[in-house]
Design a protein around this ligand. Structure first.
Ligand code: PEP
Ligand code: MN
Length: 345
């Protein structure tokens, strides 16, 4: 259930509503829009119905949210969520471009990649230090050393860093280094991990699970939001289908559907979506044309020698070309300074 406050409802009127709900043992989350405040209620509908909510001063209406996800829904938060990372805003018309290797492999590799992707137009740096590999015998990442190299790359380039967290035990240590926590596809339904990152305020890039429906994915986001962290970025990275010529099937349907259902930013990972570098740029272009709020792309100075996901990594030159192309598409959709043409989901 949500309580929509009247336009111009006073602070005191909102506080009274919140207090009444809390006294009844209900969970309360506030969404403060420019015009209206919406109070999200977590708890049994019956208990809310017993309360004289609609009679309270400042209340416009009480609405049942039909989706199982509440805080992630547009009903609770009608305007797009903008997630701030350093001086970057994720969720606006200007698409964010996150680039870097699948794994941090060495100091030289991450420093070189960071300098080059920044020069090409990337605004955040990715790189895994803890890798969820299908085989226990494959390279598992450099661990904390990898995070230190990422932090050095951030210092040199100013690019904030996005890196995967795989277990709760690493959270406090990782907080010293990380600007955005990535929750990988394999951990999308690791609820204790979702709750743990939800108790921080660090932005979370939540990848869609290998076989997750959009609803399951949004419910995973709900776990993070319900703990009090509003900074969730959704990432479509391809789902399992019967097709074998590509690693996954990039479900670009998810971009407009999830943007309609939810206020959270949606970015696309064409690298894992297709699994082969040759198809990455066309699908990056398609993602931006579909209205994605950004891309996360694997880039390696020498993909043939990469310790993970080399076959889907772009060379630095191919990445530069990809950025040029997606910028053209994004500018065509959102001519700068012309709000009349701003693409809307
Ligand atoms: C990755 O980003 O390198 C990764 C392992 O992604 P996913 O969780 O989407 O497979
Ligand atoms: Mn990878």
């Amino acid at each position: 259930m949500i309580v929509v406050m009247k336009e111009g409802a006073s602070r005191e009127q909102v506080d009274n509503v919140v207090q009444l709900l809390k006294n009844k043992g209900l969970g309360v989350h506030l969404s403060q829009g420019e015009e209206k405040t919406i109070v999200g209620i977590i708890g049994p509908k019956e208990r809310v119905r017993e309360l004289p909510m609609e009679a309270m001063p400042g209340v416009e209406k009480v609405v049942a949210v039909s989706n199982p996800f509440k805080l992630a829904s547009r009903a609770f938060h009608p305007q797009d969520t903008l997630v701030q990372v350093g001086d970057q805003i994720i969720g606006g018309a200007d698409p964010v471009i996150i680039a870097g290797p699948c794994s941090v492999e060495s100091r030289e590799q991450i420093l070189e990649t960071a300098e080059r992707v920044k020069a090409a137009g990337a605004t955040l740096l990715r790189g895994g230090a803890f890798k969820p590999r299908s085989s226990p015998y494959s390279f598992q990442g450099l661990g904390e050393k990898g995070l230190q190299y990422l932090a050095e790359a951030r210092e040199k380039t100013g690019l904030p860093i996005v890196t995967e967290i795989m277990e709760i035990e690493a959270l406090d240590m990782m907080l010293q280094y990380v600007d955005v926590f990535q929750i990988g596809a394999r951990n999308m339904q690791n609820y204790p991990l979702l709750k743990a990152v939800g108790r921080t305020q660090t932005p979370v890039l939540l990848k869609r699970g290998l076989s997750a429906t959009m609803e399951e994915w949004l419910m995973a986001a709900e776990y993070i939001l319900a703990e009090g962290n509003p900074n969730v970025i959704l990432c479509e990275r391809g789902i399992r289908t019967f097709e074998t010529y590509t690693r996954n099937t990039l479900d670009l349907n998810a971009v407009p559907v999830v943007q309609y259902l939810s206020h959270l930013p949606v970015i696309v990972d064409p690298s894992h979506g297709v699994g082969h570098w040759r198809y990455v740029t066309p699908m990056a272009r398609a993602a931006i044309a579909a209205g994605a709020n950004g891309l996360i792309v694997e880039v390696h100075p020498n993909p043939k020698e990469a310790l993970s996901d080399g076959e889907q990594s772009l060379t630095l030159e191919n990445f530069e070309q990809m950025v040029r192309e997606v910028k053209l598409i994004s500018q065509a959709l959102n001519p700068v300074g012309d709000p009349l043409y701003a693409a809307k989901p």
